[in-house]
Design a protein around this ligand. Structure first.
Ligand SMILES: Nc1nc2c(ncn2[C@@H]2O[C@H](COP(=O)(O)OP(=O)(O)OP(=O)(O)O)[C@@H](O)[C@H]2O)c(=O)[nH]1
Ligand SMILES: [Mg+2]
Length: 291
């Protein structure tokens, strides 16, 4: 009997959704950062064996949208619930309550819901038991599972549990694929991840990255990327004095790319200004935020 399921991963920004998927898949797949709203799209990642296929959807953290890009982010999150067989709410152990927005999404979803009590590496065993009991008693969830991406001690148990809950179904995707997203998408994300780490305030949120050239040679892959910002002043900050700041971004992103592609990479990055793109329907569409 073969099992397959679509599993939607939702939660507040920074709850650890992307880290959770990376831990389950065993690789740096979705980008992760200490800043909120790191993930902007629905990104599917597959775990496939002969017996089952789990299709995880990483989603943007649930917020009240303030501009058009954030509206598109919330659409992507909602879309993941439309075809989900199971919902996993990734919950930061530090939050004693569910936000109103998260509660709203939960109550509107009619399928089975599991709460992943995340980041339990920060807790004592006694606290883990207490918090698990607390969320079990809330009545919202079919199951509550403590988890830590730092020490994913119960990873295979959790995967088995999810397989148990999955319907009987053939695989949805070929067994040699790990995502619905292109290589170029992940390469651009690696650059955005470094920008989230190295810059403050509006910069990470005003940035979009596109790979505009990818050329595989015998011993090297040549990649060039365009980084879009909203204003000239942001361009100057991104590039930094003597171009040093941007060089650091490129050199760190290149390391991730080499790991991902398993080949040396030559990376060129350029910065362009696109006024107010986060609030422009056409630009958002061009950047892949809207169908
Ligand atoms: N200690 C600890 N930190 C974690 C764990 N999981 C995630 N984190 C940290 O939490 C922060 C947010 O992680 P992400 O995976 O980017 O969170 P997210 O829910 O995908 O956030 P958005 O994409 O912004 O919605 C990062 O700094 C992670 O390193 C965990 O199990 N333990
Ligand atoms: Mg994320």
């Amino acid at each position: 009997m073969h099992k397959a399921a679509f599993i939607s991963i939702i939660g507040k920004p920074n709850a650890g959704k992307s880290t959770f998927i990376n831990a389950l898949m065993g690789q740096h797949f979705c980008i992760v950062s200490p800043k909120a709203q790191t993930t902007r799209h629905r990104i599917k990642g597959f775990i496939t064996t002969d017996e089952y296929q789990l299709v995880f959807s990483d989603t943007p953290g649930i917020i009240v949208p303030k501009y058009k890009m954030q509206e598109a982010m919330m659409e992507a999150m909602k879309e993941s619930l439309e075809d989900a067989d199971l919902l996993l709410l990734i919950h930061d152990e530090a939050d004693s309550e569910l936000s109103e927005e998260v509660l709203d999404v939960l109550t509107n979803y009619k399928g089975q819901k599991i709460l992943i009590l995340n980041k339990v590496d920060k807790l004592t065993e006694q606290q883990i038991v207490e918090k698990t009991e607390h969320w079990k008693a809330s009545g919202h969830f079919y199951g509550v599972v403590p988890f830590s991406s730092v020490h994913p001690f119960n990873k295979s148990m959790l995967v088995n549990f999810l397989v148990e809950l999955s319907p009987e179904h053939p695989a949805y995707y070929p067994d040699d694929e790990i995502s619905d997203r292109s290589t170029r998408f992940f390469l651009a994300e690696f650059i955005r991840e470094k920008i989230l780490f190295f810059y403050e305030k509006e910069i990470p949120y005003s940035v979009e990255v596109k790979i505009d050239n990818f050329k595989e040679e015998e011993n090297l892959i040549r990649i060039s990327a365009l980084i879009y910002v909203e204003r000239d002043s942001q361009k100057a900050i991104l590039i930094g004095k003597g171009g040093l700041a941007l060089k650091k971004v490129a050199s760190e992103a290149r390391k991730d790319m080499e790991k991902f592609l398993d080949k040396p990479v030559f990376l060129d990055v350029f910065v362009k200004v696109k006024d107010n793109w986060r609030n422009n329907d056409l630009e958002l569409k061009r950047f892949g935020y809207k169908e």
